[in-house]
Ligand binder design. Structure first.
Ligand code: AP5
Length: 214
């Protein structure tokens, strides 16, 4: 099964992709995570991407498509869920070409619907473990012991640099200007399935599972 999860920043794409990938034994490919990994490792790609990400802008298509292509080549499992890609119509077109070359196709595009005020609360309360990458939220997904990662025990829980209030607003602006048209691209292909993302985490997952069972 090849899926794409789509929605504004903070809609819960990463959270739900992890659940779906585990349940269906498919690979979670997140372009945001791949860029952050490159930044952490000090690669040339990471250095090029960092400025765009810190400003809440999109990394140029050419760099992003090349990175995605190499992630698709590395896919050791039989399916994937793409999270954060495509973010422009040019990226969506490139993805179609890459999949055709591999005799693959997308089965469904899950569109998470969440209002702006909820998004701002989610992103401003998000905390990420610097050691293992586990994602928390100060009220909806707190750690068991305050300030300590449940998964690895690290005390390095921080706010993502692009979760500062001014950058959140810029990311939302970028989403509506450059990324929202991607939904229409997939509507024309009949692949879009809308999911109410404004429910508790497990409720969103249940809606996705019932959509995938259809
Ligand atoms: P990326 O990392 O993809 O960021 P994003 O799309 O802005 O999405 P987020 O990771 O912020 O949110 P999410 O929807 O995954 O929400 P999450 O599950 O974490 O990209 C970062 C940057 O990289 C971009 O700005 C761009 O610069 C660059 N980039 C990446 N891909 C690119 C591309 N294709 N082209 C060009 N540039 C690219 O949830 C958020 C919080 O809410 C968490 O704390 C979580 O615990 C909580 N939460 C989740 N679900 C719920 C729920 N149901 N109820 C309550 N809380 C919830």
């Amino acid at each position: 099964m090849n899926l794409l999860i789509f929605g504004p920043p903070g809609a819960g794409k990463g959270t739900q992709s992890i659940h779906v990938a585990k349940k269906f034994d498919i690979r979670h490919i997140s372009t945001g995570d791949l860029f952050r990994e490159n930044i952490k490792n000090g690669t040339t790609l990471g250095k090029e991407a960092q400025g765009y990400m810190n400003r809440g802008e999109l990394v140029p298509d050419e760099l992003t498509i090349r990175m995605l292509e190499s992630a698709l080549n590395d896919n050791e499992k039989s399916g994937f869920i793409l999270d954060g890609f495509p973010r422009t119509v040019a990226q969506a077109e490139a993805l179609q070409r890459l999949l055709e070359l591999r005799h693959q196709k997308l089965d469904k595009v899950l569109v998470l619907k969440v209002e702006n005020d909820v998004i701002v609360k989610r992103l401003s309360g998000r905390r990420v473990c610097q050691k293992c990458g586990e994602v928390y939220h100060m009220s909806s997904r707190p750690t068991q012991v305050s300030g300590i990662c449940d998964k690895c025990g690290s005390d390095q829980l921080t706010r993502r640099s692009d979760d500062e209030p001014a950058v959140i607003l810029k990311r939302l602006e970028t989403f509506w200007a450059q990324t929202a048209p991607v939904k229409a691209f997939y509507e024309k292909l009949g692949l879009v399935r809308e999911i109410n993302g404004d429910q508790q985490e497990q409720g969103v997952l249940a809606s996705i599972e019932s959509e995938l069972a259809r």
